[in-house]
Design a protein around this ligand. Structure first.
Ligand code: IDP
Ligand code: MG
Length: 149
């Protein structure tokens, strides 16, 4: 089944939004298969945001992501990559719809609370970058029959 990579960024952790954010994905029906609180190294931050390395905001972004703990998450479920992006909302929180995580909790594009993979292939490489195989847990939630026909 499809998996995506989510990171609650330092602002989300500092603002005590972790339970609120994880709760939204749980209540939607997605399954947690990976979850850890961690300080991000400069190397990991630069790899994760490698596609943006020529952008003017890149140094500040790396500094921000490494400044304070993040919560790294892997979610599993049908269509979870695109659905999680919808739950997260547009990159600029001022343009994100109310009801999305960024739309409800953010104001500034440099403090947009959460990361979510943008495509299935990106998700696969981000999961491999952030998690070891043995840190991902396969399990069968007893609720599955009430979420999937
Ligand atoms: P996404 O997180 O919605 O996928 P991307 O365009 O991939 O957005 O940008 C990655 C991250 O870089 C954003 O979530 C945000 O933290 C940061 N970022 C993007 N554009 C800007 C900007 O113009 N100023 C400051 N930070 C930015
Ligand atoms: Mg992106």
């Amino acid at each position: 089944m499809e998996r995506t990579f989510i990171a609650i960024k330092p602002d989300g952790v500092q603002r005590k939004l972790v339970s609120e954010i994880i709760g939204r994905f749980e209540k939607k029906g997605f399954k947690l298969v990976g979850l850890k609180l961690m300080k991000v190294s400069k190397e990991l931050a630069e790899q994760h945001y490698g596609v943006h390395k020529e952008r003017p905001f890149f140094p500040g972004l790396v500094e921000f992501i490494t400044s304070s703990p993040v919560v790294a998450i892997v979610l599993e479920g049908d269509g979870v990559v695109a659905s999680a992006r919808k739950i997260i909302g547009a990159t600029n929180p001022l343009a994100s719809e109310p009801g999305t995580i960024r739309g409800d909790f953010g104001v500034n594009i440099g403090r947009n609370i959460i990361h979510g993979s943008d495509a299935v292939e990106t998700a696969q490489s981000e999961i491999a970058l952030w998690f070891k195989d043995e840190e991902l847990v396969s399990w069968d939630p007893t609720m599955t029959a009430w979420i999937y026909e």
